[in-house]
Design a protein around this ligand. Structure first.
Ligand code: ATP
Length: 347
């Protein structure tokens, strides 16, 4: 098994700890998203695996290969990884075919692949990104989405065991992003490569990854499946950044929670992390909430309608509650009017 083992990895820039004692084990063929806000260390982690950055301490092993161990660094080209960056990094003077030939000729693969084999590998890579007839074009003859597909084809052409991607979709518009998310998943299934994918976009990470590493200030907050991160955040940072949860104050009584502002309510605590229980908090997502006008509902958290936006299929209500503004989506455009007092409950 070609597993990736990152152990006690740190990278300091002067006094700044860009990576602070990171330990991760990635299974073969796993799709891992590295998610976190700007400056949390995502790119430093990816570039350390790629070999562009020498870590300060720790080790990185990929299968039998020691990428970084005992302060010894394996050169980038020996790691044989595929890489895709935010800005496609295509050369204007080279055709698509030349772009794809480059990694095959310049890497250690040089000796193994004769021209006929190279041609077939290029054909396969272009077929995978559905741009088979584009070999003779130049980058300025491609759309943004096509450029990113070519960058992907270049990364996979030499059939690497691991692909590193740094915000590869951030230069694309929302629609194209969605299309490319599907494409990347298809390519992952076809190549069976292990993928490390850096993003600050929580929905992109959830849509793509088998597991997500959530980072904050050079440290790992939680490594988990998208489902578990969403339903069972372990820290306030994850609750806020991934689950978009509110933290409600109140009292825990065994495995049930009573919100301070409406202690006649009682919510189940299955799966809520110990941190929240110890700090008398309950993480709750806005989509778990609904509201009722005062006269229909006894009990609930008091709230006021601050804005109402009719969107056709649904209506977005912005309500002021729990000292903040919460977005609640309703299928009824007549559920409440502006400035009306309502009562919020968990459904
Ligand atoms: P972004 O999403 O904005 O790209 P990131 O999560 O990828 O952010 P990194 O680029 O890994 O963050 O940076 C982590 C921290 O290390 C930041 O505080 C950054 O300022 C610092 N840093 C990164 N590279 C250097 C460098 N070459 N010299 C000094 N500090 C650096």
């Amino acid at each position: 098994m070609t597993e990736l083992h990152i152990t006690n990895l740190s990278k300091h820039f002067g006094t700044a700890k860009a990576l602070n004692d990171i330990t991760i084990q990635v299974k073969e063929n796993e799709f891992i998203a590295i998610l976190g806000p700007s400056g949390c260390g995502k790119t430093t982690l990816l570039r350390s695996v790629a070999g562009f950055i020498d870590p300060t301490a720790g080790s990185i092993r990929f299968g039998e290969q020691a990428f970084f161990e005992n302060e010894d660094t394996m050169p980038v080209e020996d790691r044989q990884l595929g890489m895709v960056f935010q800005h496609f990094a295509l050369w204007p003077h080279m055709t698509i075919k030349e772009h794809l030939e480059y990694p095959l000729k310049s890497s250690q693969n040089k000796k193994r692949f004769n021209e006929a084999v190279r041609k077939e590998m290029i054909r396969q890579a272009l077929q995978l990104v559905e741009l088979e007839d584009f070999e003779d074009r130049y980058p300025n003859e491609l759309s943004g989405g096509q450029k990113q597909r070519i960058a992907l084809a270049r990364a996979i052409v030499s059939q690497p065991k691991m692909l590193l991607m740094d915000e590869p979709l951030s230069a694309l518009d929302a629609h194209l992003k969605q299309v490319m998310v599907q494409e990347i998943k298809r390519i992952h299934r076809a190549t069976k490569a292990t993928i490390l994918y850096v993003t600050h976009d929580q929905s992109e990470a959830m849509a793509l990854a088998d597991r997500i590493i959530v980072m904050n200030q050079g440290k790992i907050e939680q490594i988990d499946t998208p489902y578990n991160l969403y339903h069972y955040p372990q820290t306030p940072f994850v609750a806020n950044f991934v689950s978009k949860a509110l933290l409600v104050d109140g009292e825990w009584q065994g495995d049930r929670f009573r919100p301070a502002e409406a202690n006649e309510l009682s919510w189940p605590g299955t799966g809520v992390a110990d941190y929240f229980k110890a700090n008398r908090l309950y993480p709750i997502r806005p989509e778990e909430l609904s509201f009722q006008p005062e006269n229909k509902q006894r009990g609930g958290l008091r709230a006021t309608i601050k804005d109402k936006q009719f969107l056709g299929r649904e209506t977005r209500y912005i309500v002021s509650a729990l000292g903040t503004e919460i977005e609640i989506i309703s299928h009824s455009p007549h559920a409440a009017e502006m400035d009306e007092e309502v009562y919020i409950t968990k459904h």
